[in-house]
Design a binder for this molecule. Structure first.
Ligand SMILES: [Zn+2]
Length: 201
């Protein structure tokens, strides 16, 4: 919370969700000023807003945190393989288009650090579930492992986010003790906090 305030320049309310590995999103529109505190928006895996100075938070420990950033709308997405296979990225981009009139081509996507292919051997059911969707490249799965970040980046490109607008942070949560990792640390694993805040120019 303190680090978000330091980045934004002032304390801001924080919205978080009970994440469920689904495709449900929540749109926050301001009805009354939010107290500067943490507010749970319910059960969902993405939060979208056009309101400035409200932090949208996602917690991860191997899943990918994905921020979608436009001039006047931002979103944060919790993206594990189940949510990605259910096409949460497509669902959120369609909602941003329908409700805010912002197309994928007007967005930048920032993919945070999740588990890397070095630590993500998966069963065929995972690869088959991901293979259902168009992705800009085919090398997201090699030798039975999946590169979730590469799949997600390729999916965003296939959905219309421009090539220069997909940024991926390098790393693997299970490889580096800089990060929390469910695969490495088990049920007691901590969580990375990733947030996006709209700050008008
Ligand atoms: Zn690794």
């Amino acid at each position: 919370m303190e680090s978000i305030a330091a980045l934004v320049g002032a304390p801001v309310p924080v919205l978080w969700a009970e994440q469920r590995h689904g495709t449900t999103s929540f749109v926050y529109g301001q009805h009354a000023p939010l107290p500067v505190a943490a507010h749970c928006v319910g059960q969902c895996d993405a939060i979208i807003t056009a309101e400035p100075h409200v932090a949208l938070l996602v917690l991860t420990a191997d899943c990918l945190p994905v921020a979608l950033v436009g001039e006047e709308v931002v979103a944060i997405v919790h993206a594990g393989w189940r949510g990605l296979a259910a096409d949460i990225l497509g669902a959120v981009l369609r909602r941003i288009g329908n409700e805010f009139g912002v197309s994928p081509g007007q967005l930048t996507a920032i993919l945070g650090v999740g588990v890397g292919p070095c630590h993500y051997p998966v069963g065929t059911e995972v690869r088959e579930a991901l293979a259902v969707h168009p992705v800009a490249w085919s090398d997201w799965s090699v030798d039975g492992a999946v590169d979730l970040s590469r799949w997600a980046a390729g999916r965003l490109l296939a959905l219309g986010v421009p090539p220069g607008g997909v940024l991926r942070l390098a790393g693997c949560t299970a490889c580096s003790d800089r990060y929390h990792s469910y695969r490495r640390d088990g049920a007691g694993a901590g969580r990375q906090w990733s947030a996006v805040v709209l700050t008008p120019r």
